[in-house]
Design a protein around this ligand. Structure first.
Ligand SMILES: *Cc1c(COP(=O)(O)O)cnc(C)c1O
Length: 384
């Protein structure tokens, strides 16, 4: 039986300190969570603006369920596309400054769909080496030729683009790198795409709601507006709900509707979620204090951890990685924090490269100054 083989592989993982484990939440997502029956101060969600448990969104979801029921019942192209989905698409497109948008059930599915719809066997996809797993999977699934460039290395990308003379070219990148918190050089990326006539797919999973004027995301942050940019963002992180969208020129969105298999062959997300998301979009836009608060907490964390023996990776986003190094060491710090009632996940290879295992501290506008003070004090104690 192949079971022993699987079990041996799992044992090997465990021996390397690489076994992934789940923990069960009994409370809503917020800075103060209950996990496996115990209370914790949490620094491990992507709910950057603190909207996942917002009373207004809960009410919108309830009302949406009253009005539309709980299930969409079919894919968008069969009978699952509701008026409220349509409204949300229009508002999202306008918010990020694009002519059209298309909703997907998740960011993972959106990336698979866009890359597969726009690149095929005779095309080439250029990808940053630190891109999110969903972009990596998307390019493999597309069957295009894949060229990976060193992280944010524009000279390397230029060289690869120059060597490619046939087919469509698609450059894909995280806007905010999910395990490092740094920003892609989007202006330079766009300039290269213009020079070599390539498309640019920007995955703004961690920038939407956080960066730019009113939280419009990375394009607003960098002041970029080009028809060759295909913008993708998720709605389960700063927006606090679930799902994702792609915003682009009308002809691109029309193409996705015809060919993105992860759009066509999956059930539409519940229309009630779109109701919650319309309210969320409003809060993202109006609650500037949430972004102000995040900036203050980021500054507090950075100054509080200055001089500690572990390096805080440079990042101006709510993703603040503290590099520990070894897998066991990162796990040990994470475990010791947990014993003190603080939850910060250890991120290890293969998610990050060997020797850079880290604590991925993520901040939320719902954290208080004293929450962050508590984390800083615990880390100083453990660094002794
Ligand atoms: C979270 C994430 C995704 C996937 O989005 P989901 O909606 O969670 O499927 C895609 N890209 C990046 C960079 C992400 O961080």
């Amino acid at each position: 039986m192949p079971f022993t083989e699987l079990q041996n592989e799992l044992n090997e993982r465990a021996a390397l300190g690489l076994l992934r484990q789940r923990h069960t939440l009994q409370s809503p997502q917020s800075p103060h969570i209950t996990v496996d029956g115990k209370p914790y101060l949490s620094f491990c969600s992507n709910d950057y603006l603190g909207l996942a448990n917002h009373p207004q969104l809960i009410a919108a979801l309830q009302q949406g369920a009253q009005q539309y029921g709980v299930g969409a019942g079919a894919s968008h192209l069969v009978s699952g596309h509701f008026q409220i989905h349509h409204e949300l698409e229009m508002q999202l497109a306008a918010f990020v400054g694009k002519p059209a948008a298309l909703l997907f059930s998740s960011g993972y599915l959106a990336n698979l769909g866009v890359v597969q719809a726009l690149a095929g066997r005779s095309d080439t996809v250029f990808s940053d080496k630190l891109n999110h797993a969903s972009l990596n999977d998307a390019m493999l699934l597309s069957r295009a030729t894949v060229k990976r460039y060193r992280h944010s290395d524009m000279a390397h990308l230029a060289q690869l683009l120059q060597q490619t003379n046939s087919g469509r070219k698609l450059v894909i990148t995280d806007a905010v790198f999910s395990m490092d918190g740094d920003l892609a050089p989007l202006s330079e990326l766009l300039a290269l795409c213009e020079r070599y006539d390539a498309w640019l797919l920007v995955d703004d999973a961690h920038g939407f709601g956080v960066l730019g004027e009113q939280g419009r995301g990375c394009l607003s942050h960098f002041n970029l507006d080009s028809p060759r940019i295909i913008y993708m963002a998720t709605l389960g992180k700063a927006a606090g709900v679930s799902g994702a969208f792609v915003a682009a020129e009308q002809v691109v969105v029309d193409t996705l509707l015809q060919s993105a298999r992860s759009y066509i062959y999956t059930t539409a997300s519940p229309p009630a979620l779109a109701c919650a998301l319309l309210d969320s979009l409003h809060l993202v836009q109006e609650d500037e204090w949430r972004r102000d608060k995040l900036r203050k907490l980021i500054a507090q964390l950075q100054s509080g951890l200055a001089g500690i023996k572990w390096q805080l990776q440079h990042s101006d986003t709510p993703i603040q990685p503290l590099i520990i190094g070894g897998n066991e060491a990162a796990l040990a710090v994470s475990t010791a924090l947990r014993a003190r009632g603080i939850w910060v996940p250890a991120i290890r290879p293969p998610t990050v490269s060997q020797g850079t295992a880290r604590l991925r501290i993520s901040l939320s506008a719902e954290h208080s100054e004293s929450d962050v003070t508590q984390l800083i004090a615990a880390l100083h104690e453990l660094a002794q």
